[in-house]
Ligand binder design. Structure first.
Ligand code: SF4
Length: 284
């Protein structure tokens, strides 16, 4: 049995004693619930708090993803959220959340450049699991954004484009939250190889939980096929990693990195959501 030991540390004073642990099914606070979100006290990453997170992460190394998610829900709900791009890992986590914490607030960064197959997955997930993923949109529509920048910015400055159409949305989606979950795996890339199960995400000032960090690609696909988890049909057409359509291509012969089709032909390898860099979202 996994114990809940990480205590939230507030900006003002570390609470004494164990806080009331909400039910895993407590409805999360969506950013639109601004009154509640504005009342919250963000966590403060004191050295004591970070040491405790590291201890929890080490302890969870041998836990299953379900145990990690259950721990996260017990520890942080209703201020626990998940961002998903409807990749295979995200769909697996959604299938687990449906069992463990179905009212967790889940959102998608709806950049306006996603594949239709990706958008369709939202409804397939809702039909199967009853989880309604909130599609967060940038302030400007794609036409407005492209007029503002005299054309598609993904061609000339993809880092800024990701900042405007992804990272700002993640800040919005996690407003009022203490922790967020992502589907990253350590074997996806060198950049992700050091990802802890639980750690402090200093870019977003949140606890970040990666329940699948220890899983391999084959573990994810075994679960999908064994349990009939909905997935993006583009994966069957040579796209192991899917982002926005202008910045995603199918893998080519001889390529081994499953993310080689993302921002192909540029030095960019990540949108910045999972990087430790603070400002421009580049470099991963
Ligand atoms: S992945 Fe491409 S289109 Fe999507 S936000 Fe980033 S640069 Fe823009």
């Amino acid at each position: 049995m996994l114990a809940n030991r990480t205590q939230p540390v507030r900006r003002t004073v570390r609470p004494k004693g164990k806080p009331v642990t909400p039910s895993a099914n407590t409805i999360s606070i969506a950013p639109s619930d601004s009154a509640q979100a504005d009342r919250f006290e963000p966590l403060e990453p004191t050295s004591e708090f970070l040491a405790d997170l590291a201890e929890q992460s080490a302890r969870l190394e041998s836990a299953t993803p379900e145990e990690i998610i259950a721990w996260a829900a017990a520890q942080y709900a209703p201020r626990l959220t998940m961002a998903t791009a409807f990749g295979p890992e995200g769909c697996v986590i959604l299938s687990m959340l449906a069992q463990l914490a179905p009212k967790t607030y889940v959102f998608n960064l709806d950049t306006g450049y996603q594949f239709q197959q990706t958008l369709d997955l939202r409804d397939r997930i809702a039909d199967k699991y009853g989880i309604q993923v909130d599609m967060l949109k940038p302030d400007l529509s794609v036409p407005e954004y492209e007029v503002l920048h005299n054309g598609p910015l993904y061609k000339t400055n993809p880092t800024q484009c990701c900042m405007d159409r992804k990272i700002k949305l993640l800040h919005r989606g996690t407003h009022g939250m203490h922790a967020w979950m992502s589907g990253i795996r350590r074997d996806q890339s060198a950049d992700r190889a050091q990802a802890p199960i639980v750690g402090w995400d200093k870019k977003f000032n949140l606890v970040k939980i990666s329940p699948l960090a220890n899983w391999k690609k084959q573990d994810v696909w075994k679960r999908i096929l064994d349990e009939g988890v909905p997935y993006n049909p583009l994966h069957d057409q040579g796209y192991p990693s899917i982002g926005c359509w202008p910045c995603t291509r199918a893998m080519q012969e001889g390529e081994t990195d499953e993310r080689s089709g993302r921002w192909s032909g540029t030095a960019k390898t990540e949108c910045g959501l999972h990087s430790p860099q603070e400002i421009d979202g580049s470099g991963i």
